[in-house]
Design a protein. Structure first.
Length: 434
């Protein structure tokens, strides 16, 4: 398929973080490189109506801010095929959790429902979320989450240490879920002196000064995090989740990470994990009781054969079910599906008859100076929130949020530079062919 055959797919994102990067940006970029689509990425705060007008397909992911609801309304009014990608049940975000309280604002809830009802297709990553959203949209598709095997070593060095290395990792800076494990972990540390625990992300105060425990800061760039995580040679991974509607709708990213890295996981026995984990074969499933968690962790510490079997079999399962190639195929199928169903898209364009749009020269936020100005303006807007956040959520969380936004800006600029380079290279090749 030549470059002239590609529909222009515009992904309008709130920011670049784990969900938007691995579920949207990376697979769309690979489709762009494979000449299946012409992709562009922008923050919702940077998109102009003129940019939106060029799009053949518009993709949103976790967008919820009413301030940018006009972009959805324009896309809907103009008959643009819309795909909404969601990996959390944000309609049921717990109001008691500081990091999730933001999503509970009535205006944001109303805006989210507009995205769900006006989208031509909704993509989710959990059966429970697919069932929940069926009342908002008849085209809700459950897909498997991605796994970038290029970030995982092709072969792992043997584990030679006599220590058993546990890991609990999350990007949540305010982490109530980790507190579920504290008593069980303290008992593990007291019972098994050979255990070493890494807490990657949050600061669990009860464990901060415990011997054998180290805390690592969140790495905001997911690829950089997973590359480093895959080379730590952890033995056992811990993945607790409360059994409520919000958490039952989450994606199984921890199983994918643990399995890919040959880490034997202990998982909460809720649908997120029971759907993919075969108990005793690819992981251990446990209830919410502290004794159950201690018993399961202790079992893996003491039974080396079981631990190694789970590590090996989980990775085999992950290789069979999670990869970027399948993620890309799913995205392409969904893009083609909404294009085919759209009365605004001619059949000739769907099959490759439409001209390539020179996005670089015709849209405002893709020019370097305009992009830099837009990013600077957004950074200044975020800066006004620092003092209120510092008062409400403390220094650690505030610094974490600042790092998140700085990383997001950096990733966007890097991605735009890559797309500019590809576009100019393509233009040169087209001129040589003329």
């Amino acid at each position: 398929m030549s470059s002239n055959d590609r529909p222009y797919v515009l992904a309008i994102l709130p920011a670049l973080y784990t969900s938007t990067v691995i579920n949207v940006v990376k697979p769309l970029l690979q489709l762009h490189l494979a000449a299946k689509i012409q992709m562009d990425i922008s923050f919702e705060s940077l998109v102009t109506p003129s940019k939106l007008a060029w799009a053949d397909v518009v993709i949103f992911c976790r967008n919820i801010e009413p301030e940018y609801g006009h972009l959805l309304e324009l896309a809907f009014t103009w008959g643009k095929p819309i795909i909404y990608d969601l990996d959390d049940n944000l309609l049921e975000a717990p109001d008691s959790t500081p990091g999730l309280r933001y999503f509970r604002h009535p205006e944001r809830q109303a805006q989210l429902k507009k995205y769900l009802t006006q989208a031509n297709l909704v993509r989710v990553y959990a059966p429970a979320l697919q069932r929940y959203l069926a009342s908002y949209n008849s085209n809700v598709f459950k897909v498997n989450g991605p796994l970038d095997w290029k970030l995982v070593p092709s072969s792992f060095p043997p584990r030679t240490s006599q220590r058993v290395r546990l890991v609990y990792a999350t990007a949540r800076l305010e982490d109530e879920i980790g507190e579920m494990l504290v008593n069980s972990i303290l008992r593990i540390l007291n019972t098994f002196p050979q255990v070493e625990l890494t807490i990657w992300g949050p600061q669990l105060k009860a464990l901060q000064r415990q011997p054998g425990v180290r805390h690592l800061n969140v790495i905001m760039d997911y690829d950089a995090f997973f590359y480093k995580f895959a080379r730590q040679r952890f033995d056992i991974g811990l993945a607790p989740l409360p059994d409520d509607l919000f958490h039952r709708c989450k994606t199984n990213v921890k199983f994918r990470e643990f399995a890919a890295c040959q880490i034997a996981g202990v998982y909460s026995n809720i649908e997120v994990y029971s759907e993919c984990v075969e108990n005793g074969i690819t992981g251990l499933l446990v209830g919410s009781d502290e004794v159950e968690w201690f018993t399961a962790i202790a079992r893996l510490i003491e039974d080396l054969s079981l631990r190694e079997n789970i590590q090996r079999q989980a990775q085999t399962f992950a290789r069979q079910h999670y990869n970027h190639e399948q993620m890309q195929a799913d995205w392409l199928a969904h893009i083609q599906q909404v294009l085919a169903a759209s009365p605004q898209i001619a059949t000739s364009q769907l099959q490759g008859g439409g001209p390539v749009k020179n996005i670089i020269s015709t849209t405002s936020d893709t020019r370097p100076a305009a992009l830099a100005t837009g990013v600077l303006n957004q950074a200044l807007r975020y800066s006004t929130r620092i003092v209120p956040m510092l008062k409400e959520r403390g220094l650690y969380v505030t610094l974490g949020r600042i790092r998140l936004h700085l990383s997001s800006f950096k990733q966007l600029i890097s991605l735009k530079i890559k797309l500019w380079h590809l576009q100019h290279q393509q233009s040169k090749e087209q001129k040589l062919q003329q």
